[in-house]
Write a protein that binds this ligand. Structure first.
Ligand SMILES: Cc1cc2nc3c(=O)[nH]c(=O)nc-3n(C[C@H](O)[C@H](O)[C@H](O)COP(=O)(O)O)c2cc1C
Length: 175
């Protein structure tokens, strides 16, 4: 099984998480796992792969525009292979995290109805990444958020292990 991990990232945290997932997946499945920025994926860029993971940073409670466009434009190719997704944000409360996860997943499912799984990972945000008016209001939106690095690499590994096992099963069933 060959896997494409398609990434939309503004400040690299989503890319680092995608790379970590790739390393972990390689311990479960034999084929290549390739991490690429969505901006660099050509129109027919999904076709060489048998599975896809799409990852995007969250801005204003939605995926970045390249990720939203990717799942719309690649809708047909994505319907022909198993697809998983992850979002990276810094929701300040568990309650808001659940809401944000649910909202984004519903949006993704409009283009990828058979989505195998989606999760939200905590990311990293620093004051200088935000325009000052946004920085001023950041603790209220997304609710309760703080500046800092909240990436939980163990959680990333756990999710990658779960997806890796699902991919492995898929390969065994289609053999
Ligand atoms: C302009 C801006 C808006 C953001 N809006 C949200 C948001 O609505 N919800 C959220 O959970 N995180 C939000 N974040 C936090 C980012 O999703 C988080 O920093 C993530 O790690 C970014 O990943 P990246 O480094 O790959 O760009 C925002 C960050 C920025 C810079």
């Amino acid at each position: 099984m060959s896997v494409l991990i398609a990434i939309a990232s503004a400040h690299n945290t989503t890319t680092s998480i995608g790379q970590r997932i790739a390393t972990r997946l390689a311990t479960h499945i034999p084929g290549p796992v390739v991490v690429r920025a969505i901006a660099e994926i050509p129109a027919d860029g999904v076709s060489p792969y048998s599975a896809v993971i799409v990852g995007s940073a969250i801005h204003m409670a939605s995926w970045l525009s390249p990720a939203r466009k990717f799942i719309t434009h690649q809708r047909t190719a994505l319907s022909e292979r198993p697809v998983w997704a992850f979002s990276v944000g810094v929701p300040g409360t568990e309650e808001y995290a659940a809401k944000e996860t649910e909202k984004i997943e519903a949006e993704v499912r409009k283009s990828v109805p058979a989505l195998r799984g989606h999760t939200l990972f905590r990311g990293r945000v620093e004051r200088e990444q935000l325009p000052w008016p946004v920085a001023l209001f950041f603790k209220w939106f997304p609710k309760g958020s703080q500046f800092g690095d909240f990436v939980d690499w163990e959680e990333v590994d756990k999710w990658a292990d779960k997806v890796g096992e699902e991919m492995k099963k898929e390969t065994e069933e289609t053999r």
